[in-house]
Design a protein around this ligand. Structure first.
Ligand SMILES: *Cc1c(COP(=O)(O)O)cnc(C)c1O
Length: 285
């Protein structure tokens, strides 16, 4: 079962409340494109309903809300280190846990069921369940540690670069900023804003491409990342009454007109100016 997003383009805590049933066990929140969801409200809904909170922090690595790192607000935080993420090990990721027992189960599960019992050699290891090989190898670990040293600098630079672009475009009529929760420290992997309608969002992308720039996920990859279009998943369709296209009107009202510009660490000086002229011709031309 999926819930609506709000103006942060992340899980809407008010809609979440309405969708909880006696069968709900956990809430999975995504910090989409590097901006934190409304975590205090979402965590409160989870506490009140005794639900496990899982944060998909694939896009929130290095960000925080009120100084608390994303991925550590909930019971479980998942991170992706694929090649396109803020920090990378080529492929792979990491999961962090609040509860030691849950951590130990997951650690065994990702390591052929090994409990890594210190009092016995590995070949006599204790086990309580089956498992897979989802281990990250040591070479990736070494890359990850080097990347970790760079993380704070990467995020700081992305934030500064995003600010340069935002300052160049924010006064263009028809541009509406994404809503950011109070106390958010975003990873600024993207600059997301809303325009009046889907046609204009598509036109923004066209005009950006004409000046050699691009967009990131929105609007072009909207159907890949939005569960309201995942009609290939019969269980999801059934959970939403058989008509997925009518299940998320609020989410569509935001996603339909969202534009996301990629932010890089090394940014050419003329990019803010180019973005401005492209968006001016899309929205005013
Ligand atoms: C990249 C990403 C994933 C997938 O991560 P993998 O490491 O490819 O499994 C999941 N969720 C979000 C929000 C992502 O950005």
């Amino acid at each position: 079962m999926c819930a609506e997003i709000d103006g942060t383009l992340n899980l809407d805590p008010d809609d979440l409340k309405k969708r909880i049933t006696s069968r709900t066990r956990a809430v999975l929140v995504v910090h989409m494109l590097g901006t934190p969801a409304r975590l205090p409200e979402i965590a409160e809904v989870c506490r009140a309903n005794n639900l496990v909170l899982i944060e998909d922090t694939a896009w929130g690595c290095g960000g925080n809300l009120h100084g608390i790192p994303l991925g550590t607000w909930g019971d479980i935080g998942t991170f992706s280190f694929d090649f396109a993420k803020t920090m990378t090990t080529g492929e792979g990721g990491m999961i962090v846990f609040k509860n030691y027992g849950t951590y130990a189960k997951a650690a065994a599960w990702h390591d052929h069921g090994h409990e890594n019992n210190p009092v016995v050699p590995r070949w006599e290891d204790t086990r309580s369940g089956s498992g897979f090989n989802f281990r990250m190898n040591e070479l990736q670990g070494a890359v990850g540690l080097a990347q970790l040293d760079k993380l704070a600098g990467v995020v700081t630079t992305q934030r500064a670069n995003r600010e340069h672009i935002w300052n160049a475009i924010q006064d263009i009529p028809g541009i509406e900023p994404r809503i950011v929760p109070e106390g958010a420290y975003e990873t600024a992997d993207a600059l997301v804003f809303l325009v009046r309608n889907h046609q204009l969002a598509a036109k923004c992308r066209e005009c950006l491409i004409q000046v050699g720039l691009s967009t990131k996920i929105l609007p072009e990859a909207y159907t890949w990342h939005f569960s309201g279009t995942w009609t290939h998943m019969p269980e999801l369709v059934a959970a939403h009454g058989g008509n997925l296209y009518e299940a998320f009107p609020q989410s569509i009202s935001f996603l339909d007109r969202a534009v996301s510009l990629p932010i890089t660490v090394r940014m050419a000086d003329d990019i803010p100016k180019k973005a401005r002229s492209a968006l001016q011709s899309a929205l005013q031309g």
